[in-house]
Ligand binder design. Structure first.
Ligand code: CS2
Ligand code: MG
Length: 408
């Protein structure tokens, strides 16, 4: 038995903010790390951890992951939601890390062992117009990517989600406005619905079928608009259309499904297996893409994957730059140990992030690889973390042309 002696919460900003949980034990040198980053609400999670969760864990057996998970999920009476499930994810990952270190086995081995060599992954390709996006797709292909996510600027919009590619998801500049108000963009559905089929037509007629293409609608469409887009994209055979509608509108997915055979992926704004359930049991999605840091960690990801498997649904876990290398490693350990893995979103972390949080999965030949180091294979350099103090940042927001709020 290894007793928990301290739950340390470290908030650091090596380019963008990350919240790291470090659980220490009474076994000399034995600790685990977990990611508890919720972009734009970092300190809310940090305070849930330090004020409410950490005092409950000191003295408990670090081996009892399931019991601690249930205790933190059901125990407080108030359950679910992004803040609590992100805090729980940090704890869960750190406990799995400890278990791996005690067993001297990599996490994927504890989860049942390898089902595949490496995790097929995709990178982001974006452009101000279709040609710029094509260049980005070609660059990704030359680096070995077999799957890319393609986004293009919407004419007339002051900012469009996704067109700056991976850089957008890996710098604190993204949404950081000096700490007062978020950047505001605007966006109109009709322009967007015209430009995306043109992008796909352009990509298929220039780069051909040699690459799989994903497009992220980022929860901006109505069910009817999403159905129209899915239908118009059918000739270009997307790998999937991501987040066509808001997650609140699960029923709306039925309409989308009735009208299009374009595969659908959804999940980054869901927070538990309960949130995912109707999407899975009714086969309303082809890929479930929750964020391991926002669903209570490795334990819940495994459970969601198992339910999805029953319905022939594959995983495509969220993997943006706003969750740390620790979460990316957790993703890949799950990816390589489940039977129904689909694809993994990835980013290239900049040097400062790698310095503070070593151990991100390595990219090679279109796939991500974790090492055989015990546990997650990640760490935090606390001295380096201190050199990058927290800096308040917000995600951008999006308005319609008349000034009304929309979904970013
Ligand atoms: C996105 C994210 O990677 C994705 O698919 O939807 O970049 C998302 O916008 C951010 O994680 C929000 O913090
Ligand atoms: Mg997305």
């Amino acid at each position: 038995m290894a007793k928990i002696t301290e739950v340390r919460v470290i908030v650091t900003c090596p380019g963008r903010n990350y919240v790291v949980v470090k659980i220490l034990t009474d076994e000399p040198g034995l600790y685990g790390v977990g990611d508890a980053t919720l972009n734009g609400r970092e300190l809310a999670v940090a305070s849930a951890l330090t004020e409410h969760i950490a005092p409950l864990l000191v003295g408990r057996d670090a081996d009892g992951i399931e019991d601690i998970w249930q205790f933190l999920y059901r125990g407080p009476y108030w359950r679910g939601g992004p803040i609590q499930m992100t805090a729980l994810a940090g704890i869960d990952m750190a406990l799995w890390d400890i278990k791996g270190k005690r067993a001297n086995l990599p996490l994927y081995s504890l989860l049942g062992g390898r089902t595949r060599e490496g995790a097929l992954c995709y990178t982001h390709a974006g452009g101000r117009d279709t040609v710029e996006c094509e260049d980005a797709v070609r660059r990704a292909m030359s680096q070995g990517f077999a799957v890319v996510r393609a986004q293009v600027a919407v004419p007339g919009a002051t900012a469009t989600y996704g067109i700056q590619g991976a850089a957008e998801a890996t710098t604190a500049q993204w949404g950081a406005t000096g700490g007062l108000t978020p950047i505001e963009g605007n966006w109109e559905p009709l322009q967007y619905l015209r430009v995306v089929p043109r992008l796909l037509e352009h990509l298929r007629s220039t780069v051909g079928d040699a690459v799989e293409i994903i497009h992220d609608a980022h929860q901006r469409l109505t069910p009817q608009e999403a159905a129209r887009l899915g239908k118009e994209l059918e000739p270009y055979h997307l790998f999937f259309l991501e987040d066509p509608i808001r997650p609140e509108w699960k029923d709306g997915l039925r309409l989308v499904r009735q009208h299009t055979t374009t595969p659908i992926a959804l999940g980054e704004l869901l927070h538990s297996r309960y949130d995912c359930l109707p999407l899975l049991t009714e086969q309303l999605v082809d890929f479930i893409r929750c964020d391991i840091s926002h669903i209570g960690g490795v334990s819940e990801a495994r459970r969601i994957a198992t339910i999805a498997e029953v319905f022939g649904i594959r995983t495509a876990w969220h993997g943006p730059g706003d969750i740390s290398p620790i979460a990316h490693a957790a993703n890949v350990h799950v990816d390589v140990s489940i039977p129904n893995f689909g694809v993994q979103e990835m980013v290239h972390f900049p040097p400062a992030v790698r310095e503070v949080l070593p151990g991100a999965p390595e990219y090679r030949d279109g796939r991500l690889w974790v090492t055989d180091a015990p546990g997650l294979g990640c760490d935090i350099d606390e001295e380096a973390a201190k050199r990058y103090p927290y800096a308040r940042a917000y995600l951008p927001v999006c308005r319609r042309a008349d000034g009304a709020m929309h979904d970013w």
